[in-house]
Design a protein around this ligand. Structure first.
Ligand SMILES: Nc1ncnc2c1ncn2[C@@H]1O[C@H](COP(=O)(O)OP(=O)(O)OP(=O)(O)O)[C@@H](O)[C@H]1O
Ligand SMILES: [Mg+2]
Length: 243
């Protein structure tokens, strides 16, 4: 039987900690506001805190709230891992070995044909999930078009171009590149947005730095205006859900 191809997006990064969750959360809310049923997934999350006998995946929790879904956290993150290490190593320490078919199936669980599947990868595109299994393999197996998040800092041009090449090599569509101004300003003469746009031959989306301490609501809400045009583009072709 032919594999079902889901509709949605795979959010990856040039690295861990570049803002994938914040960008994915903002997109989840923007798409939900456009009447799409958003199914967020953070299938493998390491660095989870233990609360009693369960592990709490914070990324999955943020995505769940942003997407306004009542899906159980266990479905959004079927593989929470405690050590704050690469999933491959964290899973090994937990005595587990993740298999591509299982992770793929877990991502698709509860996702209807008209839903928007929003998957956040773990770490970067080539970060390992298990022996012989990279995030890139999961994106390709689903398969989903890719949104690449990069931090706006020195070094990002090289990391971004390398990751774009890897995405193309897998034959996956690159939906866009988000340059996230996660750091305080560096050299004012640096202009990664202009330089990357030129190298990529397409504009990049720039999201500004927010001050998490200064706002009552989650920081990702500050990123929504910059991401709204992308959400508009993604929503085209999706049949909006009528409540
Ligand atoms: N635009 C921004 N302004 C200020 N802080 C930001 C911004 N984007 C992300 N952050 C902060 O940077 C940290 C890392 O962001 P985030 O958790 O989204 O990264 P990630 O790529 O999802 O990391 P991981 O690989 O662990 O999943 C968080 O504390 C987040 O609040
Ligand atoms: Mg994250």
């Amino acid at each position: 039987m032919a594999k079902r191809v889901p509709r949605g997006l795979f959010v990856t990064g040039t690295d861990t900690g570049v803002g994938k969750t914040q960008i994915a959360a903002a997109l989840a809310r923007l798409l939900a506001e456009r009447n799409l049923i958003v199914r967020p997934r953070k299938p493998v999350e390491s660095g989870c805190q233990r609360e009693g006998n369960r592990l709490v995946p914070e990324d999955a929790r943020a995505l769940r709230a942003a997407a306004r879904t009542d899906e159980p956290l266990e479905r959004i993150c079927p593989y929470p891992l405690e050590p704050a290490l690469s999933p491959e190593r964290a899973a090994e320490l937990a005595g587990m070995s993740l298999a591509l078919d299982d992770v793929r199936a877990a991502c698709l669980e509860g996702v209807a044909e008209t839903d928007f599947l929003l998957v956040e990868g773990a770490g970067g595109f080539y970060s390992p999930l298990a022996p012989g299994l990279l995030n890139a393999d999961l994106a390709a197996a689903l398969p989903l078009p890719v949104l690449l998040v990069a931090a706006d800092r020195l070094g990002t041009i090289g990391h971004t171009l390398l990751t774009v090449e890897a995405i193309k090599r897998r034959g996956l569509a690159l939906v866009g590149v988000v340059l996230n101004r996660i750091d305080a300003c560096g050299d004012p003469r640096m202009d990664n947005a202009a330089d990357l746009s030129r190298w990529l031959g397409r504009p990049v989306v720039v999201t500004e730095r927010f001050d998490a301490g200064a706002v009552q609501h989650p920081g990702w809400m500050m990123l929504c205006p910059a991401l709204a045009p992308l959400a508009d583009r993604l929503a085209v072709g999706f049949r909006p859900h009528r409540f």
